[in-house]
Design a protein around this ligand. Sequence first.
Ligand SMILES: CC(=O)N[C@H]1[C@@H](OP(=O)(O)OP(=O)(O)OC[C@H]2O[C@@H](n3ccc(=O)[nH]c3=O)[C@H](O)[C@@H]2O)O[C@H](CO)[C@@H](O)[C@@H]1O
Ligand SMILES: C=C(OP(=O)(O)O)C(=O)O
Length: 428
Amino acid sequence: MEKLLIEGGHSLEGTVTISGAKNSAVALIPAAILADSKVTIDNLPDISDVETLAFLLEEIGGKTELDNDTLVIHPENMFSMPLPNGRVKQLRASYYMMGAMLGKFNKAVIGLPGGCNLGPRPIDQHIKGFEALGAKVTNEQGALYLQAEELRGARIYLDVVSVGATINIMLAAVKAKGQTIIENAAKEPEIIDVATLLTSMGANIKGAGTNVIRIEGKDELHGCRHSIIPDRIEAGTYMILAAAKGQAVKVDNVIPLHLESLSSKLREMNVGVGVSDDAIYIESKTVLSPVDVKTLVYPGFPTDLQQPMTSLLTKAEGSSIVTDTIYNARFKHIDELRRMGASIKVEGRSALVNGGGRLQGAKVRASDLRAGAALVVAGLMAEGVTEITGVNHIDRGYAYLEDKLKGLGANIWRESLNPEELRELKSS
Ligand SMILES: CC(=O)N[C@H]1[C@@H](OP(=O)(O)OP(=O)(O)OC[C@H]2O[C@@H](n3ccc(=O)[nH]c3=O)[C@H](O)[C@@H]2O)O[C@H](CO)[C@@H](O)[C@@H]1O
Ligand SMILES: C=C(OP(=O)(O)O)C(=O)O
């Protein structure tokens, strides 16, 4: 196991190139199961979630070839093998194996997913969708058993706007008989990306990116080639890092429209934000203004940027309120930020950040992916060295983190944990 070390205080300058979107990649890889011939996915991020999913496809008889940022998937010999536990627990998106395997084989046995621990993350809306399509779903010893004689299109109203349920129902429905309508669907850009891949495979999907998605089932889906959209959360994290410590930073290979909620918040804070077709330019200012932030479904402020944004707000001159309406317990980073000297109080779904103080380097632990990103932001701002454990969480979502940050002038490196640190981590 490793830890990340960051010597704070260095200014960031230059260009950082954003990788393909994690939350697209992790749905596109299972989606390839539905094809009857080779699927090639380009612009894949080099993150552990991608490796885990490629491993799961191999478990069910697929062949995968990963070459730099391109993954070739051969689904011809796949079969419906139970995937009870193990790797499926290492990530959230293993739940997409349910929709994809159900859609292809009419049956699947998959352990309940893992992913960031952000409080309860039920999948009742996924199950509601699978059942509406005709599947029988039972939960036995932590694994879901899904089985259908035949999947039939249905009208499904999501009680909660859910990215995962929207995509999972799309995956199960593209080969079902007849029409499926998903109402109150999520509208995140990654949903459009998945619909684009499925459409290239021959699926008939209308309305992805709006709150009503219509799918006409097709008997066969064929192979295709697809390039993943840029990761708006990785891009947003670098925008926040640049606002914290940047002089002039170009965040390259992005879709600026996907980042409007963050860009406008940063402008409110007095950060300079410029935009071109596929890049965002950040120019930080010495004095940042406090702002209130409320996370919402897309196109609102993304919950996945709430934690790094909270770190940035410790630098603003005054009080900011950060409210997470998607995950009300997504505040595990706050205790760690306090260790670094931040003054933050959590009340219910909100964190009150009293900004303006200086952060100090400390030994801290990333409890989840974006908590890790928040600690990297804080470490770059702090005086002295910050040591971050729980790096496995960060590796789920940030490709070439150290290289990208070093390229901007940060002093960041990795070390193995010593035996005492390993013991401490295991007992905590
Ligand atoms: C792999 C992936 O794409 N992960 C993203 C996805 O997670 P994920 O797909 O898990 O998130 P959802 O959009 O489903 O969750 C949104 C809210 O709905 C609730 N809910 C969800 C499903 C359900 O069946 N029942 C239910 O009550 C959740 O607890 C949460 O409060 O969207 C989240 C919200 O943008 C992001 O933080 C995650 O990065
Ligand atoms: C919560 C996240 O990921 P996951 O849903 O994969 O746990 C995230 O990307 O911030």
